[in-house]
Structures are given as C-alpha cells and as structure tokens.
Design a protein around this ligand. Sequence first.
Ligand SMILES: *Cc1c(COP(=O)(O)O)cnc(C)c1O
Length: 380
Amino acid sequence: MERIIPFNRPYLTGKEAHYVYDAVYTGKLSGNGKYTHLCQDFFKEKYGFGKCLLTTSCTDALEMAALLLNIKSGDEVILPSYTFVSTANAFVLRGAKLVFVDSREDHPGMDENKIEELITEKTRAIVPVHYAGVACDMDKIMALAEKYGLYVVEDAAQAIDSYYTGKDGVKKALGSIGHLAAFSFHETKNIISGEGGMLAINDPDFMDRAEILWEKGTNRSAFFRGEVDKYGWVDVGSSFLPSEIIAAFLWAQLENLEEIQKKRIEHWNQYFEGLNDWIREQGMNLPYIPSYATNNAHMFYIVCESGAQRDFIIKKLKKRKIHSVFHYLSLHKSPFYKGIHGSRELIHSDTYSDHLIRLPLFFQLTKDDIEYILKVLKSK
Ligand SMILES: *Cc1c(COP(=O)(O)O)cnc(C)c1O
C-alpha cells in the first residue's frame, strides 16, 4: 500500500484531553487560572524570560508588543521581508511604516549588516524573526538598538527551545534577549495548543502595563492578587488571554517538551545526513546553522537552484503522496505593500520566496518514512 505523508500532523502527547477535562470540570474556564500559571511559570523558569503572558496567538502577542511600544502613525519599524504577515500587520495596525530588510545570503533570516543603513529619526523598533528557530545575530541587533535608542521585538514564533550564544559566551534562550518576544503554539509549530501564543516581557518597564493591556485595559490581574481593592478601566487593551482550556492543552505538551524536541532533532539530522552529498551534486543548499545558534528542528528546508527545480521537486514528491511546501512570498512585493515599499530590491528575500522548499517534519514520522522521502526525492 502506498503511504501518504502529509507536510504536518499535530502530535498529541496523550494527556491533553485529561487536562482539558480537568479544566472543564473544575469549572474554571476563562483565562489566567491554574493551567495558565503552570505554563507561564514553566517558560519563565526554563528559559529565563522576564514575565510571560499566554495569548490566543503569536499574532496577538505581536499586536500587544506594538501597543506596549506605543507605535503610532509615522513611526518606522524594521523587519525582514521574508516573514509571515503577522510580523508586519501588528505594526501596520498602529499606523507604522514598514521598512523591510533583505535576508542573508546564507540564511533566510534578516541580514544584520543591512539594518543600520535603514535606521532614520523615525525608527522605533527592530523586529528580528528567528527563521526556522535559528537565531539572528542578536549581539549585532541589540548593539544597534542601544546605539539608536530602539526597541527589539523578537518574533520567536518558531523559536521555542532554541538558543543564541553571543560574544559573552552565555547561552541565552531565544525570546529572552529582546525587550519583548512573541511565541506561537499554532498546530504547525513544535509545541502546540491549536491556536495559541505567548508574549515574553524582558524589559521591566513594560511588565505592569502588559498585564493591563492583556486584561482589556483593566487592572483586574492586580485585583485578583489582592494588590488593589477594586479594579477598573485604566488603559487601552483588548482580550488577549486564552481560556484555561487552551492552557490545559498546552500544559500537556510542555510536560513532554524534551521528548518532542529530541525526536524532531533526530528527524532533522536524518534528513541532513541523508541529503548532504546529493544536495551538492544538484547545486542546492541545505540549512545553514551559524556557530552562535542552536537548531530546534522546527523546520527542514532545502534551497533549490531555481524556481523550476523547486516546482519539479514538489511535483515529484506529490506524485508519491509526499506533501512538501514552499514558504513566504516577500512582503515588500505583496499586493498590499508593494506600492508603499517602492522599488528598493531585496534579492535574497526573493530568492527564498522562489527557491525554498520545506519537507515533512513532525513527531510521528518514522526513520523508515524519512528513508522513503529521501529515496523519492533523489529519484530521477
Ligand atoms: C506562525 C508564525 C506567526 C503567527 O503565529 P500565530 O500563532 O499563528 O498567530 C508569526 N510569525 C512567524 C514567523 C510565524 O512562523
């Protein structure tokens, strides 16, 4: 029987329904309860984030970040063009002008050496995206932020359990370095809750206000801790917090984080080793992991020599029921933003738009499945 290999399949650890049942039948359904605190404390302790607030998505966490920074009309925000729309939308919603940076030649992440030339009087923030969970060179980015008085919001949607080691030799979790950082637990990520996300707040100046924006602009969280005797409307805000049902699901995933990561990294290494020689013969490239970065095996991608070669491979795999996919289309060329961006070229971003292909990578794959994918991939 021919096997069918999807691009992604959400992995359940087995405890999700149990914790969801517990959340439902203890009668605490709305947010900021037991499971929310378990998850937030876990992240804070394991990765050294300043303060953690679960959100209903990474998109929401990015929107919270833009609100916290008081981004307003006329402000400029520097971000890669090769990213998901949410990185951009969060700031456009506040009226910011997006200033796109090209990708690196050796990696789809933003080229840290091309940021400084884009900084103006109006620049407020830099938003590095840790593509495939591989760190941007955060020393360079934080140094620019310091020099020009800018904020750094890490889009760490794909970067759970990944690290950066800078010049000081200290290994720091991605999401713990910028002033703020956003994570995703969408079902396509390593750790999932269907939809879900988190804002990590590392700059103490933002901690109190983050909690208020999170709770519809009220000081309700402080009220529940007994810090104030009544709660009211004190700022702008929205409903960014997820229900306990989502947090309960996420908790089951977090209890198995090490096992999930170990398995994904095994799969990733099997792809990498299995493709090394063949890729070179084909003129393609494998993922590059700089020495300062770790690999959290969020994604396995290859960079083809041409768009035609990529389309050929996607078709070849599809014929054998293996589902592979391309990724972002440069935002500076999107129908929505090309008129505002103008004609400044971002050639590496366009190359990744046209040449990059992602292979199936999820927990339940077997060694045998990956052998099979490699065989089909290398077939004529
Ligand atoms: C997945 C992703 C997002 C959005 O995450 P949601 O939780 O679906 O809102 C944002 N940025 C990047 C880089 C992503 O990969």
